[in-house]
Design a protein around this ligand. Structure first.
Ligand code: SAM
Length: 251
């Protein structure tokens, strides 16, 4: 495996979550979906990481059967242990698979969930490809980096245009959903605490031990520096972008 990827896994595998979010916002997005929480829903959580949203969904949807998919075996292994500790391993199936090659039947799911991961495929490709697995009337809920204002300073514009050219406003993302056979139900923006308290601060707290485990490794230092650059960008320009949570029904 690529050394940088191994280092990234080492930095992130012990984290509660691998991207901005929180259990409170997972529950808020579920509220937007207006589904019967007691129903025996068939759910997929795509790009689940070590399972922050998977565990929240398992708690919030007590009769659901959940398939939690991630590309990285190391994250799926941690997820397996977390599911066992939470006592939900009997109804959550961890699956190591790429999100662009999902082994699911047509209309297999009532609910497709994905927090901070669809960018790996691209928002438009993801909503287009995953639609097949959702039953008509089923709900898609995805969080995706989004411009939260119509205009923004050129520094932050240039950064994200280079990192993720598909970043756009909520109006544009909702139009993508409409173009691909979904009826938008709702949209919310993750609050700042989802970035700082739930993602960046715990990551900063892991930096010293990570650098100690990889003492003298320039690649480890470069990874920390890149994360710090991203954090500084958010501290400076967080008023102009955030994670939008999009909830839509398949037509
Ligand atoms: N949803 C998790 C969370 O919010 O904590 C993880 C978010 S993290 C930013 C993105 C996740 O997507 C990582 O766990 C990564 O391993 C996974 N990923 C990247 N490429 C993938 C792919 N092609 N198929 C499935 N998962 C992928």
């Amino acid at each position: 495996m690529d050394v940088d990827l191994q280092l990234l896994i080492d930095l992130h595998r012990d984290a509660d979550r691998q991207g901005p979010g929180s259990d409170v916002e997972t529950a808020r997005a579920l509220d937007l979906a207006r589904i019967d929480r007691a129903a025996p829903l068939r759910v997929a959580d795509i790009g689940c990481g070590t399972g922050a949203s998977t565990l929240a969904l398992a708690r919030l949807l007590p009769a659901a059967e959940i398939t939690a998919v991630d590309l990285l075996p190391a994250f799926i292994e941690v997820l397996g242990a977390r599911l066992a500790r939470a006592g939900v391993a009997d109804r959550v199936r961890p699956l190591c698979r790429s999100m662009d090659d999902l082994p699911f039947a047509d209309a297999q799911f009532d609910l497709l969930w994905s927090e901070g991961a669809i960018y790996n495929l691209g928002f438009e490709r993801g909503v287009e490809q995953w639609r097949r697995c959702l039953r008509p009337g089923g709900v898609l809920a995805v969080s995706e980096i989004t411009w939260t204002t119509a205009t923004r300073p050129s520094e932050v514009q240039a950064h994200w245009a280079a990192e993720y050219p598909e970043i756009d406003t909520a109006a544009a993302k909702l139009a993508v959903l409409e173009r691909h056979g979904y009826a938008p139900i709702g949209y919310l923006v993750l609050p700042e605490s989802c970035w700082e308290a739930h993602y960046y601060r715990p990551m900063r707290d892991r930096f010293a031990a990570f650098l100690a485990r990889h003492a003298g490794d320039e690649r480890a230092r470069a990874i920390v520096a890149a994360e710090e650059t991203e954090m500084a960008l958010y501290a400076r320009y967080g008023a102009f972008y955030g994670y939008g949570f999009y909830v839509a029904r398949k037509l």
